[in-house]
Design a protein around this ligand. Structure first.
Ligand code: SF4
Length: 577
C-alpha cells in the first residue's frame, strides 16, 4: 500500500501564535525524503470562524472539548450538558457552539475534498488540549474520504495509544515517541524512503504552510491573535536528567540529543531568509551541554539576536556565580526547574537538588539581574500540611528573591515515575479524570480508555483544600517583591542587600516593612562573606580554625535568627544581595 500524500492536521486548540514545532520538523523530514506533505492549520481556520477570543476561552475550558465530544458522541450529550450546567455554563450555549462547529467542519472539509484522497495518510499530532477535537475531526475525515488516520504525541504512548485504537477503530496507527523517525519509517513500509538519523540529520523546521495561512488572514484577526507568532527551533531533544518523578515532558523523546551548533545557526538563517522574520524561539527541555559555547558562538554569528536565546536549566547546573554573570552579560532569560521549596517534597520529586541550592541560584540571578522564571507545584500526592508550613517558613527568608511566576497544580500523567510506582508516592488509587474524560467519553468506553492525565486519591489529605492557601502564599511574596513596580517606582536596591568598605559590612533589610541595618565587622563580617556561597559547617570550621565551634555556631545562629542566612542540613548560605 502506498501513501499518495501526507496531510498533517493541526486541530484546535493549538496556541494560535505558536505553530507546532513537531509538525514543522515532520514536514521538513518528509520533504527531505521526497514525500509531499501539507500542514493544515485547522486551528486557525476554526478560530477565525468562531472568533479569536472565543477560541482562547474554549481552549481553557471544558466547553471547548465538550463541543467536539458532543459531535462525536451525540448520545452522550445529556451527560455533557449536565456537567457544563454544574460548572455554570448557560443552557443553550453548547448547542449554539456545536451548530457553528458543525457548519465550520462541513465547509472546511468540503474545501479540502481534493486533498484528502482515500489512500492518503492524515496525521493528527497532539500537543495539549487537542485530544477531543482530533478524535472528532479524524473520524469525520475518515468517514468522508476513507483517509488513513494516524495519531502521534501525547495520549499516544504505549497503552494510551493502544486504547485509542481499540475505542476508535478508524485510527490505524499511533506513535508515542520519537515521532519523526517512527512516522517516516512507518511510511517507508508504504514504499517510501526510510529514515534513520539523529537530531543533526533533522532538517530546519518548515513553517511554509503556516505562512500561507497567515498571509491570507484579515488584518484585525492577525494583529489580535497571531502577529506575535514564534517560530520554534530545536537546541536539543529530550532531557539528559530525565529523572524527575512527576515528569512526562520528555515522553516524546527517549534519549537526550544536543543539536550541533552550526546546524542551529543554519536553522536561524534559513528561517529568517525563508520567512523574512526573526521571531524565532529556541526550544529545549533542559539546556544543552556546553551551553556557554553555544551562546558565545550564536552571539558572534547572529549579534542582532543577542538576548533572544532563552534557556532551560536544572537548579544544580547554576551553582556557580560566574554563570549568573555570563547570563546577565548575554541578556539571557532562564526557565529553571525549582518546583518546590520543601525539602521532603523535593526529594520525592527527585529534582536532584536541595532547597539551599535553589536559593543560591535565585540569589545569584537576583544579584546579576537575570530574569529567572520558575514555578512551584502544589497538590502533589505526597504533599502534607507540613510542606505548606515549611514553604511559608522558607519564603520568609527569601522575600527579596524573585518569586515564582506561577503556582501550578500537579497533574498525574501516564508514564511518569509516580504513575509507575504509585505506592512509593502515597498514591492510593488512580484513574480517568472523573469531571473531564469521565464526562466527555460515554460510559460504554470507560473501561477500555487508558487516560494520559489522571485523577488520583491519596492517604495524605484532600488537595482542593490547600489550593487557595498556596496561591495566597505566593501572592503575598509577589506583592512584597514587586511593591515598587506596583507603585510605578524603580527598585534601586534589593530588599535585602549589603555594602561594605574596609572592615565594615552593613546588611540593609527592608523585607518586613521596617528598615533594619545590621553592621558587621571582624570575624562576623568574614563569616558572612565566606558563606556567600553554600558552606558546610566543616568548611567553616576549616576556614576559621582559630575560632572555636561554639562561637562559630553562635554567630551562624544569630544570622539565621535575623533571616539573613539560610541553613539546610548543616550547610549555610548568606542571603544578602
Ligand atoms: S522536569 Fe525538566 S529536568 Fe526534570 S526530567 Fe522533566 S524535562 Fe528533565
Amino acid at each position: 500500500m502506498t501513501a499518495e500524500n501526507v496531510n498533517i492536521i493541526c486541530v484546535p486548540y493549538n496556541y494560535l501564535s505558536l505553530p507546532s514545532l513537531d509538525m514543522a520538523v515532520l514536514k521538513a523530514c518528509l520533504t527531505q525524503k521526497g514525500i509531499d506533505s501539507k500542514v493544515h492549520h485547522m486551528d486557525i481556520a476554526y478560530a477565525l470562524h468562531i472568533g479569536g477570543d472565543t477560541y482562547l476561552d474554549l481552549r481553557d475550558s471544558l466547553l471547548g472539548d465538550a463541543i467536539f465530544s458532543a459531535i462525536l458522541f451525540p448520545d452522550n450529550q445529556d451527560r455533557v450538558k449536565a456537567a457544563l450546567s454544574k460548572s455554570g455554563v448557560e443552557d443553550g450555549l453548547l448547542d449554539d457552539l456545536v451548530k457553528k462547529t458543525e457548519n465550520f467542519l462541513e465547509d472546511y472539509l468540503e474545501s479540502k475534498s481534493f486533498e484528502f484522497a482515500p489512500n492518503s495518510v492524515a496525521i493528527f499530532h497532539l500537543y495539549s488540549a487537542q485530544l477531543f477535537p482530533a478524535l472528532c475531526i479524524s473520524k469525520k475525515i475518515y468517514e468522508r474520504f476513507g483517509t488513513r488516520v494516524w495519531f502521534s504525541g501525547y495520549h499516544c504512548q504505549g497503552a494510551c495509544g493502544d486504547s485509542l485504537r481499540e475505542i476508535f477503530p478508524h485510527i490505524e496507527k499511533t506513535f508515542g515517541t520519537n515521532i519523526h523517525r517512527s512516522i517516516v519509517s512507518a511510511l517507508e513500509q508504504c514504499s517510501l524512503a526510510g529514515y534513520v538519523g539523529t537530531i543533526d540529520d533533522m532538517p530546519t523546521p518548515d513553517y511554509s504552510d503556516f505562512f500561507e495561512v497567515f498571509e491570507s488572514l484579515p488584518r484585525k484577526f492577525k494583529s489580535a491573535h497571531i502577529d506575535h507568532y514564534w517560530l520554534q527551533l530545536e537546541f536539543s531533544r529530550g532531557c539528559w536528567w530525565d529523572a524527575c518523578s512527576f515528569c512526562t515532558l520528555n515522553c516524546q523523546h527517549e534519549q537526550f540529543e544536543n543539536r550541533n551548533l552550526e546546524k542551529i545557526i543554519e536553522d536561524y538563517k534559513t528561517l529568517a531568509s525563508k520567512h523574512g522574520t526573526v521571531q524565532i524561539l529556541a526550544n529545549e527541555f533542559n539546556t544543552v551541554h556546553g551551553w556557554k559555547d553555544y551562546v558565545s558562538r550564536l552571539n558572534e554569528e547572529l549579534p542582532g539576536m543577542k538576548g533572544s536565546f532563552d534557556l532551560c536549566f536544572k537548579v544544580s547546573e547554576l551553582q556557580n556565580e560566574k554563570d549568573a554573570a555570563f547570563l546577565s552579560e548575554n541578556d539571557i532569560n532562564i526557565l529553571v526547574g525549582v518546583e518546590s521549596l520543601s525539602k521532603d517534597e523535593l526529594k520525592l520529586l527527585n529534582k536532584g537538588c536541595s532547597v539551599i541550592e535553589a536559593i543560591q541560584m535565585l540569589k545569584y540571578m537576583e544579584r546579576h539581574g537575570v530574569k529567572c522564571f520558575y514555578n512551584l507545584m502544589h497538590s502533589l500526592p505526597f504533599e502534607t500540611d507540613q510542606d505548606l508550613v515549611e514553604t511559608e517558613r522558607v519564603i520568609k527568608f527569601i522575600i527579596h528573591l524573585r518569586p515564582p511566576f506561577d503556582v501550578e497544580t500537579f497533574r498525574l500523567t501516564y508514564g511518569s515515575s509516580i504513575f509507575k510506582n504509585p505506592e512509593c508516592f502515597s498514591v492510593s488509587t488512580m484513574g480517568m479524570r472523573e469531571n473531564v474524560e469521565g464526562v466527555l467519553l460515554p460510559q460504554s468506553v470507560h473501561s477500555q480508555y487508558v487516560p494520559f492525565f489522571m485523577d488520583f486519591t491519596t492517604e495524605k489529605h484532600s488537595h482542593s483544600d490547600t489550593v487557595q492557601e498556596w496561591e495566597n502564599l505566593i501572592g503575598k511574596w509577589s506583592d512584597a517583591y514587586y511593591a515598587f513596580a506596583k507603585q510605578r517606582r524603580p527598585k534601586k536596591t534589593s530588599l535585602l542587600h549589603m555594602r561594605s568598605i574596609g572592615d565594615i559590612l552593613e546588611i540593609c533589610d527592608a523585607r518586613y516593612g521596617d528598615y533594619r541595618v545590621q553592621s558587621l565587622s571582624g570575624n562576623e563580617k568574614c563569616l558572612y562573606e565566606f558563606c556567600d556561597k553554600i558552606r558546610t559547617f566543616e568548611d567553616i570550621k576549616k576556614e576559621f580554625s582559630d575560632i572555636n565551634s561554639e562561637e562559630l555556631m553562635s554567630m551562624l545562629k544569630s544570622f539565621i535568627n535575623d533571616k539573613t542566612m539560610f541553613e539546610e542540613d548543616a550547610s549555610y548560605l548568606s542571603l544578602a544581595i
